[in-house]
Ligand binder design. Structure first.
Ligand SMILES: [Zn+2]
Length: 439
């Protein structure tokens, strides 16, 4: 066979540099990579491949890139809503994590999270949590691509009862996963500037630099955090991180809500990236990140959903819809954050934000075949004047029919092939019932 898979009979939204849209497209895949992206020749009859996927006139697009997740938190979905961040963390999330987030449960929650993401069209995620080894193991079994960071925090955390061990644990994780799989990239995830000391931040960044890893950190999420850092260090969280030597092009600042013009210039000057999580920021009433200003200052911004306890699902289609709208109403300007810009943030810019733009985020010859197909044969997706409008404003994750990661079909006809989803759901329901009795 000349190819492993052929996809045809659909509109390809490539999200390449020229944002080409191919109305009647053809994609040929070999050894996990895209070999041909073109128009379908007249009277074309697909042959010469092990698998042939007829997109049936639907949209063929790059798999989505979720730049901020805490996968095991699927287990705590809906357990405590409608609370301020600090109450939510201290009264519910931290105590429940301490009690229930052992490696087995972390893996179970992550399997559920990976299944949800694949089924809703996300083929790459960037995760940070504790027992991250179990998260990466779950991701590997699911077939999703991702960047995974062992959490670092100066408090007792799941798997690290003594914070003195946090750096050692992060370092061991990075070493173990450095060359373990082409789909998994290790990373370092510091919880935040207010939960890690200056020394911890510096040591964690050293591990990232020594191994050329992405360094992720929640930054300037809430006014409360801003005030804490300001009163302790006399500067904003972004300026504090700059002073500590943490900002470079391998740094991903998650949230960046409470930032001023100078902070934005600093982030841009260092080439640091931002993960924008509008639904989490809305739900916790953290504020609105000035994303149009970030883009004007040529900062790379990706989209993220955050954990399932603050969103409460990892559907990036919904996140795109919100990201496109929240800035329009905030600035009273319907022209900002147009659909094309938002789609780029959920694909190629997200990939760039986490250092994977050479592999994924667009449909181009030579890239990994991370591709999804949207079934557009639905009342809410007709008529179709502009596929990009439908992707951002009309479709949801449940419209995704087929998903390929590195050429491997992980979802076909809305069924996940890589995991036993019924078994995972049974186990999560059982665990959830136990947690509920304990509340
Ligand atoms: Zn987060």
């Amino acid at each position: 066979m000349k190819y492993d898979t052929i996809i045809h009979n659909g509109i390809i939204v490539t999200v390449n540099r020229d944002f080409d849209v191919i109305n009647d497209g053809l994609i040929c895949i070999k050894d996990g990579k895209i070999e041909i992206v073109s128009s379908r020749p007249a009277n074309y009859i697909p042959s010469g491949a092990k698998d042939i996927i007829d997109a049936k006139g639907g949209i063929i697009m790059p798999g989505l890139v979720n730049t901020h997740t805490h996968l095991p938190m699927t287990l705590l979905r809906g357990i405590a809503d409608d609370l301020p961040l600090f109450d939510w963390l201290n009264r519910y999330i931290f105590p429940l994590e301490a009690k229930y987030m052992n490696p087995d449960n972390v893996k179970l929650g992550s399997l559920l999270g990976c299944a949800e993401m694949l089924l809703s069209g996300t083929t790459t995620c960037c995760d940070g949590y504790f027992h991250e080894d179990a998260v990466a193991q779950a991701a590997l079994e699911s077939g999703i691509r991702g960047v995974f960071g062992q959490g670092v925090i100066d408090f007792p955390a799941p798997g690290i009862p003594d914070p003195a061990d946090n750096i050692k644990t992060a370092s061991r994780f990075a070493e173990k996963w450095q060359n373990a799989s082409s789909l998994i990239r290790p990373s370092v995830f510091c919880h935040s500037p207010y939960t890690c000391s200056e020394e911890t931040l510096e040591k964690a960044k050293q591990i990232a630099c020594a191994n050329n890893l992405l360094f992720q950190i929640h930054t300037s999420e809430t006014k409360n955090e801003f005030d804490m850092i300001m009163s302790k260090h006399g500067v904003s969280p972004v300026k504090y991180l700059e002073r500590t030597g943490l900002l470079d092009e391998r740094t991903l600042l998650v949230h960046s809500v409470w930032v001023d013009e100078e902070d934005i210039r600093i982030i841009s000057g260092h080439g640091s990236k931002i993960s924008h999580n509008p639904q989490s920021n809305m739900k916790l009433a953290s504020g609105i990140a000035p994303v149009p200003e970030f883009l004007k200052n040529e900062i790379t911004v990706g989209l993220g959903t955050d954990g399932c306890a603050s969103n409460n699902d990892p559907d990036l289609f919904k996140e795109m819809d919100v990201a496109a709208k929240i800035h329009k109403v905030n600035l009273l300007d319907p022209t900002v954050m147009d659909a094309k810009t938002v789609l780029q943030m959920a694909t190629i810019k997200g990939a760039k934000a986490i250092g994977l733009e050479g592999e994924t985020g667009s449909i181009e010859k030579g890239k990994q075949a991370d591709i999804i197909i949207i079934d557009t044969d639905s009342p809410h997706l007709i008529p179709m004047y502009n596929p990009v409008s439908h992707i951002v404003y009309s479709a949801t994750g449940s419209d995704v029919r087929d998903v390929l990661v590195s050429g491997k079909i992980t979802v076909r006809d809305k069924k996940i092939l890589s995991l036993d989803i019924d078994d995972i759901m049974d186990k999560v329901n059982l665990l959830g019932a136990g947690i509920k009795r304990d509340l």
